[in-house]
Design a protein around this ligand. Structure first.
Ligand code: IMP
Ligand code: MG
Length: 179
């Protein structure tokens, strides 16, 4: 078993390049079919989605633009703790078909924040494409329109996903070893 170490943790290979490629093709085929005669703006959520967004975008044949957004944390005087504000919207998204590109939907809290804020810009439609999805962890149950691969609740790194900032460069996806 291929193992790697990032900082203090050991990870083992979990999803290989071929499986990543198949999942990308599955999403690309669905999007190409669904948006054959429509125009889309893809919104990649930084940092984690940069690799997925780039690889998927190369496979798309639809009339499309892509832009990247980031959730900036700031300490608001909110009882729920950290408030996250979506930054980087410089495209006019009013009345447009949007597809959000996420690396992973885990608890669903992030995607929920994103959707709520995007709705304020009055787009025509908001769809979600998430490369990975942890169904057992999802608290929000927001429908995800395009899912690459469903995975169990293990912590993973690689293909854009990080452990404390490291591991994003890995071409394959690794999961944390049981300790
Ligand atoms: P959520 O708000 O819990 O759905 O999580 C969303 C964000 O947490 C993702 O966009 C990732 O950046 C990060 N995340 C969730 N699960 C993992 C993981 O297993 N490894 C690395 N990052 C993760
Ligand atoms: Mg992310």
């Amino acid at each position: 078993m291929k193992k790697i170490k990032i900082l203090d943790k050991e990870f083992e290979i979990f999803i290989n390049k071929k499986e990543i490629e198949n999942a990308l093709n599955k999403i690309a085929n669905q999007v190409n079919e669904d948006y054959k005669d429509k125009e889309v703006i893809f919104l990649g959520i930084l940092n984690g989605s940069f690799m997925f967004a780039s690889d998927l975008f190369k496979k798309l044949k639809v009339k499309a633009k892509i832009t990247f957004l980031k959730l900036a944390s700031y300490d608001g005087a909110s009882s729920t703790g950290k408030v996250k504000r979506l930054i980087g919207i410089n495209e006019v998204i009013e009345d447009k078909n949007l597809i959000i590109l996420e690396d992973i939907v885990d608890t669903g809290i992030t995607i929920d924040h994103i959707i709520r804020q995007l709705k304020g810009y009055e787009p025509k439609e908001i769809k979600i494409a998430s490369f990975l999805y942890k169904p057992d962890s999802d608290k929000k149950k927001i429908p995800i329109d395009y899912i690459g691969i469903e995975i169990p609740n293990d912590f993973i790194v690689g293909y854009g996903l990080d452990y404390d900032g490291y591991g994003r460069n890995l071409e394959e996806i690794y999961k944390i070893c049981d300790s």
